[in-house]
Design a protein around this ligand. Structure first.
Ligand code: ZN
Length: 461
């Protein structure tokens, strides 16, 4: 026998983006030190008949309040409940979108939210600062972020401030690229949205059934096209968050065909639901930005996910309670976008994707873990199973049948869009840096054990 391990995960089918084989995994001090060969551990987990996957890397979650115009809007989930939902769903690293308070500099906002997350999070985390008002200090802020290992920044084209300061945003994009930061972009055109929304209100069509018309697919397409142009001009890489339409995907594909570093994220709702949901009484539950589109869009995203034109599936976890979401006063102008997804991301994608033959196991691992780890400077510490990597593992039971019951979930949303879905495949255990944080239906481990991960530069896929 070799030296004794803290933990051995024995006999599982170890799946990475590169392939799969049955192997024992030896862990010491939270890191993988041996793959295969004889080993014994102080603690052993029997994974025979199960898969062992790299822990999920969900780089798009909202567990800290949105700050806008001096107002602070918290979500139903904070780092305590959100990170518990992550662990229960097999996600071991989260990337939280952090909004600045008025006049707060980017490095200060990252530090402020990192303190909160370090106190409350069960799983490891990174913070993506939102750049709201680029100014003469932004270049040095971005350089400082890179030095501190915070190698991403997020911008919103859907907010009026973008059009008021486009030149500054493009300069910031260029600087970010030069410093090894990945710029995440919410691509919807503010002008198209404002105009369409005002038109609907004028016509007395304010109800949420008209929500998709308030943000037409065109608003996403023109924004994606424009941002790809800015990326080409500056040579900077971009990561388009929650891409939801066939036309926008075609633009991204074409840019990649020209050799541009344009990366694409989609989110669960676009894979499982279409805009016909807006014809039902519970339309409000399906409000997210951009809105749900048609069958062709849904099918294009599945095909893109399988073929490698869509790089990641992240949640955009932004939880509301059922009462908040179904508030009858809401209109197309005041709708509450967002939904709870952290606990269901991997099980539903496995069930609908891998089980139904739409995604290979390797692609499942790539889109839920490896690609995000690479793009966000976390690889190979996160996103794979290899000697030297953090022991962030999911012992996955491919046959587990667990109908989804939102009220039993870890999210404070208290409901799920997948209520009652007969999902096959789920985490049996979730392991974060060698510590079991979820097993047998229960979350384990203490809030505050999660750590801020200092990152390297973004890397190409
Ligand atoms: Zn988001």
């Amino acid at each position: 026998m070799n030296e004794s391990m803290d933990l051995v995960v024995r006999g599982g089918l170890v799946v990475t983006a590169a392939g799969e084989s049955v192997a024992d995994i030896g862990v010491v001090d939270g890191r993988i030190v041996q793959l295969g060969g004889p080993m014994s551990g102080a603690r052993e987990i029997d994974a025979a008949g199960k898969l062992v996957l790299p822990g999920g890397v969900d780089m798009h979650v909202h567990l800290s309040p949105v700050e806008m115009g001096g107002k602070s809007q918290p979500w139903a989930d904070d780092f305590v409940s959100g990170s518990r939902a992550a662990a229960a769903g097999g996600v071991t690293t989260i990337g939280n979108i952090g909004f600045p308070r008025q006049r707060e500099r980017l490095p200060d906002l990252v530090e402020r939210i990192a303190v909160e997350a370090a106190r409350d999070s069960l799983v490891d985390f990174v913070i993506h600062p939102v750049l709201m008002e680029p100014d003469e200090g932004t270049g040095s802020d971005l350089a400082r972020l890179a030095e501190l290992g915070h190698t991403s920044v997020k911008i919103f084209m859907s907010i009026g401030g973008f059009d008021a300061r486009t030149a500054n945003f493009v300069n910031a994009l260029e600087t970010a690229g030069r410093r090894g930061l990945l710029t995440m972009v919410h691509c919807e055109d503010a002008c198209v949205i404002d105009h369409a929304t005002a038109g609907l209100l004028d016509q007395g069509r304010s109800g949420l059934r008209y929500y998709p018309d308030s943000r037409p697919a065109l608003s996403e397409e023109v924004a994606v096209k424009r941002m790809i142009g800015f990326a080409e001009t500056t040579g900077a890489p971009i990561y388009i968050v929650h891409l939801g339409s066939e036309g926008a995907l075609a633009e991204a594909r074409a840019a990649r065909g020209r050799g541009q570093r344009v990366y694409v994220e989609t989110r669960p709702i676009y894979l499982y639901f279409t805009d016909e949901r807006f014809g039902s009484d519970d339309a409000a539950l399906f409000v997210g930005n951009p809105p749900l589109r048609g069958v062709r869009d849904r099918d294009a995203l599945w095909a893109g996910l399988a073929a490698g034109h869509v790089d990641t599936c992240c949640t955009d976890h932004a939880a509301w309670t059922l009462a908040d979401k179904l508030d009858p006063e809401l209109t197309v102008a005041t709708a509450r976008p967002g939904m709870s997804e952290l606990e269901t991301l991997m099980p539903v994608l496995y069930s609908e994707g891998v089980r139904k033959g739409r995604l290979s196991l390797q692609r499942f691992v790539e889109v839920t873990s490896t690609n995000a780890a690479k793009l966000f400077g976390l690889f190979p510490r996160k996103g794979t199973i290899a000697v030297g990597s953090d022991a962030d593992l999911v012992v996955w039971d491919p046959e587990a049948r667990r109908p989804i019951v939102g009220a039993k979930g870890m999210s404070r949303a208290g409901y799920s869009l997948y209520e009652g879905w007969d999902v096959v495949g789920a985490p049996a255990q979730t392991i974060s840096r060698g510590e079991v944080v979820y097993a047998d239906g229960a979350v384990r481990g203490e809030a505050g054990r999660g750590r801020l991960v200092h990152r390297g530069p973004t890397r190409d896929l």
